[in-house]
Design a protein around this ligand. Sequence first.
Ligand SMILES: [Zn+2]
Length: 281
Amino acid sequence: MPELPEVHTISSDLNQHISGFTITDVKVLGTYKVLPDQHAFFSGLKDQKILEVKRIAKNIVVLLDNEKALHIHLAMTGQVFVRDPKEKVPNWTRVVLRLSKNGASKIIYLTDMRMFGKIGVMDQKGLENLKNKYGPEPLDNITPSDFLQRLQQKNTSVKNALLEQSLVSGLGNIYATDALFMAGIHPETPTKKLTLQTATKLLESSREILLEGIKHRGSTLDDKMYVDIFGKEGTHQKHFRIYGKSKCPNCGGDVEFKKIGGRGTYFCPVCQTVGEQSALF
Ligand SMILES: [Zn+2]
């Protein structure tokens, strides 16, 4: 599932490559569901100029000149491609948007193998509601004490709290796993046992790993589900710290793998000891 660095790469590339284009044609293939319904989807998009493409947490938001927005959430298997009209139609295409600017044409393909993604047209109110669903991101101007306070709103493990997008948004399973390793924090540390010092470290490592992920244009795993709008893979998978590893890069010991909150978590029992004591008592 694409996380912040992947969605960031897609939305900033889209912003660079489709802003200023007008949507001249809209097609929905098969039974793919668009929101709020097909009629509103077509009339909201057709003949609208694309002003800007932004990201709200893991959502891609294409702002249009009718003050509406095309909203895309890729979920598990969604992908966005921008291609020349002569290029071939990608597999699993569900929605096709034809664009034009000064005689030049481009096509956006939204593909979704398993169809868990969400695509729709939203008004300003919808955008506001979407923003309100998410807590601030580590990359926002959030202080360590605010970060700590937010994580402590839920009485759970720090790993689970990091994935809870209403508390802090943007960290998914891979980047949360690596951020905890970098901060030396045991993923099962209860949030109530976190200290300001630990939270400061965790905020710093979260920022570092997200920025690095963005620099590497995201992570492409073996399933190849994440690629950029040109079909190119990210390279951050070559820089994972502990995610997917069997030996700890720090001490050389065996990495433990455990499902926490249903998500596969890798950690080093030797190097990630902060909070471990408190986890036992
Ligand atoms: Zn280690």
